[in-house]
Design a protein around this ligand. Structure first.
Ligand SMILES: C[S@@+](CC[C@H](N)C(=O)[O-])C[C@H]1O[C@@H](n2cnc3c(N)ncnc32)[C@H](O)[C@@H]1O
Length: 209
């Protein structure tokens, strides 16, 4: 495995999905320590604040790309106790399970069809997952399908990824075709201030129609 300070780049550099999964499996036990100590990752808390602004605590929430469960922990602190998580990495899901904040955890791959009925969830949250080499832009179609009408989708996205990798066009197309409506987008914020101080993210909030 790469040195602690290079592990974010190490997963970004994975050449394919299987290798990405393998790298997260290997990183899983060290992930929380690395992200908190070396990177000061506060994507989970910021995105959870946005979800909390729009979605009642009784909601059934899908944490898409739950990883080790940092989003689940933040949601529980805010009063959500009906959260399901999915991730491609069994190693990450095992760590998430130890947090004891998920009703259920499923191994699934964003970008493929998700094994949930239409409109199953009141909201979807996805933090640090819609990005290069991770969950592709068309994952948004399945996120919308599994969210009920009037529900919310909250996700973090780097502005450079938004502009250069098809998210801008896809998000606009989904709005133009009446699939969702933008509720709010955050200013650009540094969510990894210690580890990647040059990188900014935004949190997007959409209401499914
Ligand atoms: C940077 S971590 C973010 C984890 C967590 N949301 C957080 O904020 O700490 C990215 C996670 O997305 C998962 N992931 C990446 N691509 C995925 C895909 N296509 N489908 C499902 N999970 C994926 C990885 O296994 C990893 O757990």
């Amino acid at each position: 495995m790469a040195d602690a300070e290079n592990r974010v780049q190490w997963v970004y550099d994975a050449p394919d999905k299987d290798e990405l999964q393998r790298r997260y499996d290997i990183w899983a036990e060290e992930y929380d320590g690395d992200l908190e100590r070396d990177f000061d990752w506060h994507g989970p808390s910021l995105a959870s604040d946005y979800l909390d602004k729009y979605v009642p605590h009784s909601a059934l929430v899908m944490d898409a790309g739950a990883g080790t469960g940092l989003v689940g922990v933040e949601l529980r602190k805010r009063g959500f106790d009906n959260v399901v998580g999915l991730d491609m990495s069994i190693g990450m899901l095992e760590e998430a399970n130890k947090k004891g904040v998920y009703r259920k955890l499923d191994q699934m791959v964003l970008g493929e069809r998700l094994n949930y009925p239409d409109g199953e969830f009141d909201a979807v949250i996805s933090v640090g997952v819609l990005t290069l080499g991770h969950a592709p832009v068309h994952s948004l179609d399945e996120m919308i399908r599994i969210t009920r009408r009037g529900g919310y989708i909250v996700f973090s996205l780097r502005p450079d990824v938004y502009l250069q990798y098809g998210f801008k066009e896809k998000q606009a197309e989904l709005e133009a075709s009446g699939k969702w409506k933008l509720a709010e987008v955050s200013p650009e914020v540094k969510l990894l201030p210690k580890g990647e101080p040059e990188v900014t993210h935004q949190v997007w909030v959409y209401r499914v129609k």
